[in-house]
Design a protein around this ligand. Sequence first.
Ligand code: FAD
Ligand code: MG
Length: 314
Amino acid sequence: MLQDVALNCYNIVQSYLSIDAESAVATTGDVIKQTQESIQLSRRYLLQDIFTRWDPFNGEISFSYNGGKDCQVLLIIYLGCLWEFFLMSIQGSQYDLQFHMFPLQQLPTVYIDQEDTFLTAQDFLQRSVERYHLSLYESAKDKQVDMPSAFKSFLSVHPETQAIIIGIRHTDPFGETLQPIQKTDPSWPQFYRLQPLLHWNLSQIWSFLLYSGEEVCGLYEMGFTSLGSVNNTLRNPYLRIPEPIGSMTKAETEHSDFQWEIENNYRGDSNMHCNEINENDLNTIKQHDSSEFHPGWYLTKDEWERAGRLARKV
Ligand code: FAD
Ligand code: MG
């Protein structure tokens, strides 16, 4: 049930916030501290500025989701905030928590299916639908239709939508001047863009996501850092392991900044969880470059995040 997932996400967030960054991790303590601050700011945007203006329980807000790491981080925080908002709404009630119904069964979500995406990413999206109880609107797959038109069609099916959550960050192309709450541009259908993740950097995204112990898209484990279409996305060249690596194993050639997060993850099993790479994807990827790559989370320079993207769609 969505209620259980929201509570679980709330617990993940609270657990991350309670890490004693200074004593726990000498190497990544600063990142953890900054991430804790980023979480608090995102929570404030959601609980104080967004949920007080649009009701998250009646369909006014939809969530744009493509299975990428950023919107997954935001989804976990968003669901945790839904739980908090639910608790706040029943505060002062004479009845105990167990007598109150969580007001949503599924989270309204929208995915624009325009590009030829990796089958692994499609599979991960479907797994997310089940895991997070998403009620997913998928646009008709039509490469001729641009994103604004796809959202226009979405709004004609879901006219109750007033605002859409987006996992965009300031370091994304054209993201620098965005605001946490703003209307869409004039050339877009009109609704509010809700962007509570703008201030997060790449290290913070990985620190939180790896600590969560949630399954992430398997393409990241292969060395992708940014997910686009099959035709324009390669593994990140900065993660290629130089040949020959001799007798050194992959893990020995470089050290991930987030070993602590993986070893102490919320799930408690000290493992990374990724969905399985599709065979066809594996062939395509290996055909292009048979080298070994470090996982995507070995790369923390925001400027290099999209180095594997061949062409940018504007
Ligand atoms: P990514 O990191 O891949 O995506 C950033 C976020 O966009 C994701 O976390 C996710 O929330 C969302 N997203 C990306 N791809 C999809 C998809 N296929 N389906 C659903 N959600 C997706 N640009 C403008 O110039 N003016 C606008 O007014 C404007 N309004 C937008 C409203 C919405 C609801 C969305 C989703 C996008 C809008 N954009 C607008 C485009 C936006 O600024 C990004 O350029 C776009 O999301 C692509 O992101 P990316 O590839 O740069 O980064
Ligand atoms: Mg992104």
